[in-house]
Write a protein that binds this ligand. Structure first.
Ligand SMILES: NC(=O)c1ccc[n+]([C@@H]2O[C@H](COP(=O)([O-])OP(=O)(O)OC[C@H]3O[C@@H](n4cnc5c(N)ncnc54)[C@H](O)[C@@H]3O)[C@@H](O)[C@H]2O)c1
Length: 324
């Protein structure tokens, strides 16, 4: 079978990449999706519902390894390279930053080199609002003109990767785009991340640890809104451009916890206030005006609807684990 396009997706066994594949593999049967993933702790084949689709292939490979990546590029000659693969856990980047430098910077550089060499018609880098650093309570939301001021090894490694993408656009004419998204939540997120971890603890009758009195503010987006925005950028985005993607949903962590307490039928005695993480960014907020105006995109899910879907995804899994 011949395909119209070959889309090489990295990190497709993780949270956002798997949601992308589950939605777009069936939607675009004329495109071949090749998922490259190193199967780290964050990967799970069970995240995928499309593993038997005729337009899907999996190849276990590490983006830090140029030789095995080259083999994949030689075999599939991807027209589009969509880079989700990364080390993503901020706490892990504090205890072991080196891996973040290797995967997020050197790994992205390997993909850029090969995309350039094999003349891919599009490279897209999935980045994060954390590259902009932290906002004060009254600061305006981040725009793509905001300076890059990362505060953790994770966000510094993502900002470095973004700058490498920029350099490949400017120096080598690579047709690339970047998107910087706010905090995602939804199905398939690793159970070490805030929302699934807290749902799991509360359902098990345990307390949830909350940094800094829960005052930190994040801009939350349901994962499906993020992947829809990426698809739109791939279709209609301007080459060379960076797009911000946010959920228009700023919430303090304590507000999230209160919503989770209500969903799980627990009270505030289930909150354990713990010492803050070093370099903990106080607030992120994303200005969506540009992507809204240019690509006519806006988030479809409000937080209540997204959280209800998320809770219904995790509840049977967590209750199943309890009964094993
Ligand atoms: N989760 C969020 O809230 C959020 C927000 C904005 C941007 N992002 C970005 O989106 C992307 C995906 O995030 P996620 O939350 O799905 O991450 P995740 O940690 O759930 O998944 C990452 C995936 O990448 C794979 N991977 C890691 N190192 C690899 C390597 N060296 N070679 C090949 N594969 C490797 C892992 O095995 C895993 O399947 C990341 O680039 C992240 O920076 C995430």
């Amino acid at each position: 079978m011949t395909f119209e396009k070959q889309i090489l997706v990295t990190g497709g066994l993780g949270f956002i990449g798997s949601n992308y594949l589950n939605k777009f593999v069936p939607l675009y049967p004329d495109r071949l999706f090749i998922n490259i993933d190193a199967e780290t702790y964050a990967a799970d084949h069970d995240n995928l519902t499309i593993e038997n689709a005729p337009n899907y292939k999996f190849s276990k490979a590490d983006i830090r390894d140029l030789t095995s990546l080259r083999t994949a590029f030689e075999q599939y000659r991807p027209s589009v390279v969509l880079n989700f693969a990364a080390e993503t856990h901020v706490d892990k980047s504090i205890t072991g930053p080196a891996l973040f430098i290797e995967t997020n910077i050197l790994g992205t550089h390997n993909l850029l080199t090969l995309s350039s060499e094999f003349k891919s018609s599009r490279f897209h880098q999935v980045s994060t609002d954390e590259v902009y650093g932290s906002l004060g309570p009254d600061d305006s939301a981040f725009t793509t003109d905001s300076p890059l001021l990362p505060n953790s090894p994770y966000s510094a490694s993502k900002a470095s990767a973004d700058l490498l993408v920029r350099s490949y656009i400017k120096t080598f004419g690579l047709p690339a785009t970047i998107s910087r998204c706010s905090n995602n939540y939804g199905p398939n997120q690793d159970q070490t991340k805030l929302i699934p971890k807290f749902i799991s603890l509360l359902l098990a009758g345990a307390k949830v640890p909350l940094y800094a009195q829960g005052e930190n503010v994040r801009d939350w987006i349901f994962v499906e809104d993020h992947i829809d925005a990426i698809d739109l950028i791939l279709q209609k985005g301007e080459i060379g451009k960076t797009y911000n993607i946010g959920g228009d949903c700023e919430l303090k962590n304590i507000e999230i916890v209160k919503k989770l307490l209500a969903l799980t039928g627990r009270d505030e005695s289930f909150i354990e206030y713990v010492r803050d993480r070093p370099g903990h960014d106080f607030r992120y907020a994303i200005d969506n005006a540009e992507i809204g105006k240019e690509l006519d995109w806006k988030p479809k899910y409000n937080f209540e609807a997204g959280l209800a879907k998320t809770f219904e995804f995790y509840r049977p899994k967590i209750e199943g684990q309890k009964h094993q």
